[in-house]
Write a protein of this length. Structure first.
Length: 315
């Protein structure tokens, strides 16, 4: 047989053996279970299936004309990341690289509306992937636009994202008002609390609390008891709020009695202190009470609306 023909047959043989060699070698390769995305563009890996949500999304709520966005998703690419926002469901982030451990995760799951001044101002996506000692969360701001699209994603605070979503559904000046979306019963409840605030039957704190209850009953916001209210390390305890003027006066009476008890205790032990002037019925904003052994400073708390201050009978 001609030498050239033999070489040709030999090359054909190696050509058939080469794929077999690759398959047998691939079967012996170590498989990395986690993480194992190999880049979002890898057609053999389904990254969506790898995302594990921590909680179920809240029911669809808010203005009825926005409900049509449910079931749709909108994408946006910034640098090497692709973001996908699915209103009333979740928001995800996918790294557009071929790194073996390219990130693909959940930045938040639909939870509740943020409401200010009788207006829906944002959608909160919470309980996303872990980020240190907390979870990722995203606030989606709705802005008027010619079409539905995700236009900007930023991270102003670590693990807390801000997203701008444009849609023609919010271009009308009344499109995001809360009051018209409520049931008649909740609208009457809101009317009553507005009247009570006007007549100074309740405080600003009590007014805000009742409004919060209305929004929770409507399904627009989560019950505060359902969310973790444990303060962060170093966070100061908030001042006590009073829902009604009656509670405020009761607390003032208790504080007045405590002040009198301390004054009596100082007198009993022969410790002198400066009494407040008889011509005024209020303590100064910062009044020092001196004694041979110590200096005591009394500070006046900021009065609530309608409060007449500390009673004149406190000496």
């Amino acid at each position: 047989m001609d030498l050239g023909l033999q070489v040709s047959h030999l090359c054909v043989g190696f050509t058939w053996l080469f794929p077999v060699f690759l398959l047998s070698s691939a079967g012996r390769m170590k498989i990395v279970e986690e993480p194992n995305t190999f880049g979002l563009n890898n057609p053999f890996i389904s990254q969506t299936n790898k995302l594990q949500p921590r909680v179920e999304p809240s029911p669809v709520s808010g203005p009825l004309h926005l409900h049509r966005l449910s079931g749709k998703c909108f994408s946006h690419i910034e640098t090497t990341y692709k973001y996908e926002f699915c209103p009333f469901h979740n928001i995800t982030q996918h790294e557009q690289t071929f790194r073996w451990n390219a990130y693909s995760g959940i930045l938040g799951i639909w939870q509740e509306w943020e409401i200010e001044n009788n207006t829906f101002v944002g959608m909160w996506m919470r309980e996303g992937d872990s980020c240190g000692m907390k979870t990722r969360q995203t606030k989606v701001l709705l802005m008027c636009g010619r079409s539905n699209k995700l236009v900007n994603v930023s991270e102003p605070t670590t693990c807390i994202y801000s997203v701008i979503f444009e849609t023609p559904l919010v271009c009308h000046p009344h499109s995001l008002l809360v009051y018209p979306t409520l049931s008649e019963a909740l609208q009457r409840k809101w009317d009553d609390v507005e009247q009570a605030l006007y007549e100074e039957l309740i405080t600003e704190q009590g007014y805000k609390k009742i409004l919060r209850e209305i929004f929770e009953e409507a399904g627009y916001q989560k019950n505060s008891k359902e969310r973790d209210t444990k303060p962060e390390v170093g966070e100061k305890k908030k001042a006590k709020d009073f829902e009604t003027m009656e509670k405020c006066r009761d607390e003032l009476t208790k504080l007045s009695g405590e002040v009198q008890r301390l004054q009596d205790l100082l007198s009993k032990h022969g410790i002198s202190y400066e009494k407040q002037s008889e011509t005024t019925g209020h303590l100064n904003s910062s009044q020092s009470v001196t004694s041979p052994s110590a200096t005591i400073t009394l500070k006046q708390d900021k009065h609530l609306r309608g409060d007449t201050g500390i009673h004149n009978d406190i000496h």
